[in-house]
Design a protein around this ligand. Structure first.
Ligand SMILES: N[C@@H](CCC(=O)N[C@@H](CS)C(=O)NCC(=O)O)C(=O)O
Length: 220
């Protein structure tokens, strides 16, 4: 059975956006069952876990004899065997891959820089100085992204694909701001993606261990 690693618990700002949700969502869309291997922060540095994920991060993935890390690579691997996630024809597959890499390489760095300032460094002098420029660069990138999406429902040739899993996840990392709301097509796009039953199941499954851990912490 496929196994995906995830954290037993993370702080509230990260709940719902830990990267295992990308893999869970892809598997839900593909209709493939999986089990989870929950790890604690204390497990991240063990030799056993590092053999599975060299940086001690989640997600890692096991499928029969195959072991993988990097959420983008894992989602792409799952997409290879699901037409819901990627068309079979060569051009269609190439288009999905363009947008999948665009999410991780051309949009995520801008989002991550802003999130890094807001979530971890907001009170630092350098962060206050840098933030306006970072937000301006991000807004320019989102403007271009919205233009590229236009009136289409999804990025790769207007059909839902693995690329939308990655792109939606990246844009969700701006949830602590109202920036995406300023781009009505992107805002509607994220809402459309989040409304998919497969996303809702993936989200609920990521959150379930956190709720259980929080209950256990409250129980004397
Ligand atoms: N490029 C990696 C990044 C994985 C990553 O950043 N995982 C985060 C959770 S979203 C993590 O494990 N953070 C803990 C850490 O870095 O120690 C991927 O996409 O799989």
């Amino acid at each position: 059975m496929i196994q995906v690693t995830a954290f037993k618990w993370v702080p509230s700002f990260a709940q719902g956006s830990v990267r295992d949700i990308r893999v869970r969502w892809a598997l839900e869309e593909a209709g493939v069952g999986y089990g989870e291997m929950l790890i604690g922060f204390e497990d991240q540095g063990t030799a056993e876990y590092r053999a599975l994920q060299p940086f001690g991060q989640v997600p890692a993935y096991r499928e029969d004899g195959l072991e993988m890390f990097e959420s983008g690579a894992i989602v792409l691997h799952i997409a290879e065997s699901s037409e819901v996630l990627m068309p079979k024809d060569a051009h269609g597959r190439a288009r999905v891959q363009c947008w999948l890499f665009a999410a991780m390489n051309s949009v995520e760095p801008f989002v991550a820089e802003l999130a890094g300032i807001d979530l971890f460094n907001a009170d630092k002098a350098w962060a206050k100085e840098r933030r306006p420029e970072v937000e301006a660069m991000l807004r320019r990138r989102l403007g271009d992204l919205q233009t590229a999406l236009g009136d289409r429902a999804w990025f790769a040739d207007g059909r839902f694909s693995a690329a939308d899993i990655l792109m939606t996840h990246v844009l969700r990392d701006l949830r602590h701001t109202d920036i995406v709301a300023a781009y009505p097509h992107l805002d509607a796009y994220v809402k459309r993606a989040e409304a998919r039953p497969a996303f809702q199941r993936a989200l609920a499954d990521q959150l379930a261990p956190f709720r259980a851990a929080e209950m256990a912490m409250k129980t004397p």
